[in-house]
Design a protein around this ligand. Structure first.
Ligand code: BMA
Length: 334
């Protein structure tokens, strides 16, 4: 009798090329790793520090249901995490009342011009979730700018350099007519204007109908800004969070060059299927390997843990060339 074949973790159907490969160590961080009591750890921003250390700024939910941020550092970005002994960035509702119900889902952008990391995150106010911004050099002390986009708005990241002299911020305001990705510009990171619709949620039965949002900060390639975004499907048993791919013009980032029709990554593994919120993959950060091609995508799984999947920038662009089309041309069809 022959032994049954081992089940692989990457369970994608062979008809779909697996563009993001899960790390065998997944989930790489869970509440069991935490040095203090928490309910869950998920949705982490990511960056590489100057010495090559991977830093994750993790969303921690406590047992009141409120979130704060906590940093974890690792030499190889997979294991050996050194986790701050206490919260790294707590909501500060006395000075910033808009943080009264917690801070969530950070995205990190290193900005060479400022020689600082810009962290954008959701601040949960009495008026709903809005977008806040803070600057840091070391993830130990932070300069808070407060709310830069009022509720309901989230899923934000700053581009790492100015576009035509202005900082550019991607975000996702919510309206009853649909939750789409917008881009806004600022001369000083405080005052924002020139708001433009960047990518629309599709409609009807599509996997990314009605609600989409930026996932990690855009990835700069020679062909354009590569954007992983999440699409939310409402089903009778709850929401289903999957990832799609699009490419935007380098100097005019509101111009979509290519957008894939199908999702490229969705909940399949047990830790993505089952958790506090089932069927969620939610990346907020990535790091790029020294080869300039391997992208390490850090994602929250089922609002309970942090997992890692790798992709090749070249393969993502090739996939978009084969499967993407121009958003504007398609606009009338959907
Ligand atoms: C979204 C965000 C994420 C969360 C996801 C699934 O709206 O709030 O923080 O992971 O829902 O619950």
């Amino acid at each position: 009798m022959t032994a049954p074949e081992t089940t692989l973790i990457n369970v994608e159907s062979s008809h779909y090329p697996p563009l993001l490969l899960r790390d065998p160590a997944n989930p790489i961080l869970t509440r069991k790793d935490w040095p203090y009591s928490i309910n869950s750890v998920f949705n982490a921003g990511a960056t590489l520090l100057q010495d090559g250390t991977t830093l994750l700024l993790c969303r921690i939910e406590d047992r009141r249901g409120l979130s704060h941020l906590c940093a974890a550092r690792s030499k190889n970005g997979v294991d050996g995490w050194q986790i701050d002994r206490e919260p790294t960035l707590m909501p500060s509702p006395k000075e910033y009342p808009e943080e009264i119900w917690g801070i969530e889902d950070p995205r990190i952008t290193f900005v060479p011009e400022l020689q600082q990391y810009v962290v954008t995150y959701t601040s949960y106010s009495r008026g709903g979730p809005g977008v806040s911004l803070a600057l840091t050099k070391d993830f130990r002390s932070f300069e808070r700018y407060g709310v830069i986009m009022p509720p309901d708005d989230k899923d934000t990241a700053l581009l790492p350099r100015r576009i035509n002299g202005y900082w550019a911020l991607i975000h996702r305001p919510m309206t009853p007519l649909g939750s789409h990705m917008w881009i806004s510009y600022s001369p000083d990171l405080h005052h924002w204007g020139r708001h433009r619709l960047m990518l629309e949620a599709r409609r009807g039965a599509w996997w990314d109908a009605n609600k989409i949002g930026l996932s990690p900060p855009p990835i700069e390639t020679s062909r354009g800004w590569l954007v992983l975004y999440h699409g939310v499907r409402h089903t009778p048993s709850g929401c289903l969070y999957r990832l799609g791919l699009a490419l935007f013009d380098l100097e005019n980032p509101e111009k979509c060059l290519l957008r894939g029709d199908s999702w490229i990554f969705g909940p399949e593994a047990d830790y993505e299927r089952n958790g506090d919120v089932n069927n969620v993959v939610f990346p907020c950060g990535y790091t790029m390997d020294p080869d300039g091609d391997t992208i390490n995508v850090y994602y929250g799984a089922a609002d309970c843990s942090i997992a890692l999947a790798r992709a090749s920038a070249r393969s993502l662009l090739e996939w978009l060339d084969a499967n993407g089309s121009c958003e504007r041309r398609r606009a009338q069809d959907v």
